[in-house]
Design a protein around this ligand. Sequence first.
Ligand code: NAP
Length: 247
Amino acid sequence: MMRHLLVLGGTTEGRELAAALDGRPALRVTSSLAGRVANPRLPAGEVRIGGFGGPEGLADWLRAERVDAVVDATHPFAAGMSQNAALAAAATGVPLLVLRRPGFTPVEGDRWLPVPSLAAAADLLPRRGERVLLTTGRQGIAAFAHVDGVHFIARSVDPPEPPLPPSFEVLLDRGPFTVQGEEALLRAHRIDVLVTKDSGGAATAPKLTAARGLRLPVVIVERPPVPDGVPVVPDVAGAVHWLEQLG
Ligand code: NAP
């Protein structure tokens, strides 16, 4: 019988899953956050913050806390944590599910330039525009630190740390955003190219709609793969269903 669920979070879906399960009788739900954001939005129920110490540390934690199942609801680009979860689940025999929101889908009028990595996005830039809106997250900015001849406007929840590009300003903000607001931002800063990750999700999609409206190119970093052999669901309802099947 399912008594203790670990949700690897740091995402809207992680919070929604914890909220959906909160108050279920005889079920303990612990949400785990990496501790990257200074003032995180906390999920319902128990929360622990900080790394586990690699896959071995996570496996030890699963055993010590008698965890019956893990839902990896981390961000699609948190590939290290997803890999660790897969290794720890395999080592302990604890069932693991990946809850991963679908990626963005291009529509008529989009001018997307898909790239496999942040480094590849940086390589493309000097040829694609001079004023860049960068929404790759605080930790992604370092990949652009060597790019000259481009002015970067980076949006992040917390201030980024060096190394930073030579011509750079930061906008501290956190979604959800609106199409109208994004359009105003792109115009006000005279942005000529948007650089983002294929994170998916409604909270950050408006920038893509706004870029389409303004006919701006979007350099979009493709997602890393989900670890082999781990089941994946696209939404919270799918995760709740998986948990109910486990009993
Ligand atoms: P990452 O590179 O995949 O993970 C690096 C290390 O951070 C992991 O090995 C683990 O440390 C620790 N960690 C990551 N997620 C954790 C969690 N939920 N609970 C406990 N420890 C965690 O991860 P990341 O890309 O830096 O993302 C960190 C967190 O921010 C994740 O929870 C993710 O959901 C959230 N987030 C990430 C992005 C993004 O673009 N990457 C965007 C929004 C939110 P140990 O090895 O010591 O266990």
